[in-house]
Design a protein around this ligand. Structure first.
Ligand code: PLP
Length: 460
């Protein structure tokens, strides 16, 4: 054994260090011993790799830091100044005050989740949300599960297990985060029949692929990419008509799902859920936390004849939604019923924010930077697999860049300092410039950004 290794202290020796003894009052002895053991093992490996042995007090410091990290919640709020309103890595949709309040109301106690207060007997969790979704979309039936990926899996497994589902080759897509239509199809037990070509699929392609084993025709929203140039795709209406001729349901994976006309906000057109229902899709699948603007959930609406089988599928239980998010998604949907979504749902507040207001806020942010930042024109994105290729004009606070030699390191350094604030502020770096977009920050959080900017300016 090397002399350095022999210098490594014992667990007991580390425990008797002052900084660890201080922790002993707040944390169980066994936890401290475990963390010390694990840390000493890491040190042993480091020493074997040629590093010197740290002092006992250094080791105690490291252990103490590890215990603090381990016992503080790791998931915490950040400010999304990327301009990407639905940023999957930053938790997608922020929730309305009413949704948060509704979640709080049921979180700490018991609720009538599966209890019929009128009769005193067992109820179903779906009764809390089905009427709202049906009213909102015109559908005959609705079901809510864990997320849209599980909603699609559940739908396919219920209708098409050991059967075939026809999808356009241009729609056999990957959404990211390992959601690929061919893989989901395989997992559900359905056989994917791809028709057409990457850019062009015609109704005759679908019709030519129908066999006695066909269970459904499916449309998938391309979500995160666009095919431009010489293209042709079949409308949902055409698919439904073909489905009626052959008595086949049409499944519609809308991805984001949307209740409001996005073109009214200067965005491209995103298909509406109510439109899919009207046009006769058997089942429409969409996310709760994309353009709907609620908590993570998978929403299914459609024709009643499919939903009994859907809710009896064991996968429905495996993918069921919990009471807290059920309360949150209900409250979010109620905003749409009351026609107040653009004022209350943060995603829509952000998307509908007037450019003058964004500019005014960007000026205040830039002012806090005391000459280090400037306001420029730019483009924001919706994100979350909605409106591919569609951008919104915005104003950005730009730091660094401008072709200066030091631009890159300035942008990187400021970006890092902003991430290290008590509430991390996350921007995006483009061409060696750090860009901060007020669109994806709610005005009531501006003070957090301004405080962070002032802090890094003061620190130099
Ligand atoms: C985002 C998306 C999904 C997955 O939805 P999650 O809610 O993230 O599970 C499935 N299909 C499409 C087309 C999507 O855009």
């Amino acid at each position: 054994m090397s002399s350095e290794l022999r210098r490594l202290p014992s667990v007991d020796r580390v425990i008797s260090e002052g900084s660890i003894r201080q922790l002993a009052g707040s944390f169980p002895h066994d936890l401290l011993v475990n963390v010390i053991r694990q840390h000493l093992e890491e040190e042993r490996l480091a020493i074997s790799a040629g590093h010197p042995c740290p002092s006992v007090s250094q080791i105690a410091e490291s252990v103490s830091a590890k215990v603090q990290v381990l016992t503080s919640p790791s998931l915490r709020p950040v400010i999304n100044a990327t301009g990407i309103v639905l940023h999957t890595n930053l938790g997608r949709a922020p929730l309305s005050k009413e949704s948060v309040a509704a979640m709080n109301t049921v979180a700490g106690g018991y609720s009538n989740l599966e209890f019929d207060i009128g009769t005193g007997s067992r109820g179903s969790r779906h009764t809390h949300i089905e009427p709202v979704l049906c009213q909102l979309t015109g559908a005959e039936a609705a079901l809510v599960v864990n997320n849209n990926a599980s909603a699609v899996l559940l739908g396919l497994s219920t209708l098409a297990k050991r059967k075939e589902v026809i999808v356009s080759r241009g729609q056999a897509v990957e959404i990211g985060g390992s959601f690929r239509i061919p893989d989901v199809m395989r997992q559900s037990g359905a056989k994917l029949i791809e028709v057409g070509t990457t850019n062009c699929t015609y109704i005759a392609d679908y019709e030519g692929a129908i066999t006695p084993r066909t269970a459904a025709l499916m449309r998938v929203h391309s979500s995160n990419f666009q095919v431009t140039g010489f293209t042709h795709s079949v409308t949902l209406g055409e698919l439904v008509e073909l489905g009626q001729q052959y008595d086949l349901p049409v499944l519609d994976d809308l991805g984001s799902g949307c209740f409001l006309d996005t073109t009214a906000f200067g965005l491209g057109a995103e298909p509406l859920v109510q439109q899919s229902v009207t046009e006769g899709a058997g089942m429409v699948f969409f996310s709760g936390d994309k353009l709907v603007g609620g908590p993570q959930a998978g929403l299914i609406v459609g024709q009643k004849r499919f939903f009994d089988k859907l809710s009896r599928n064991p996968l429905a239980r495996a993918a069921r939604i919990d009471k807290i998010r059920l309360a949150g998604i209900s409250a979010t949907l109620i905003h749409y019923l009351k026609d107040e979504a653009t004022e209350k749902v943060p995603v829509w507040r952000m998307l509908s924010m007037p450019i003058d207001e964004i500019e005014r806020r960007a000026e205040t942010w830039a002012k806090a930077l005391n000459g280090m930042g400037r306001v420029i024109e730019g483009e924001g994105m919706v994100g979350g697999g909605s409106l591919p290729g569609s951008t919104l004009p915005t104003r950005l606070v730009a730091v660094g860049g401008q072709g200066r030699r030091k631009g890159r390191s300035t942008a990187q350094a400021i970006s890092k300092k902003l991430r290290n604030q008590p509430v991390p502020v996350i921007g995006r770096i483009s061409e060696d410039t750090l860009l901060l977009d007020p669109r994806s920050v709610l005005p009531e959080d501006d003070h957090i950004v301004i405080e962070a900017l002032k802090t890094i300016v003061a620190a130099g």
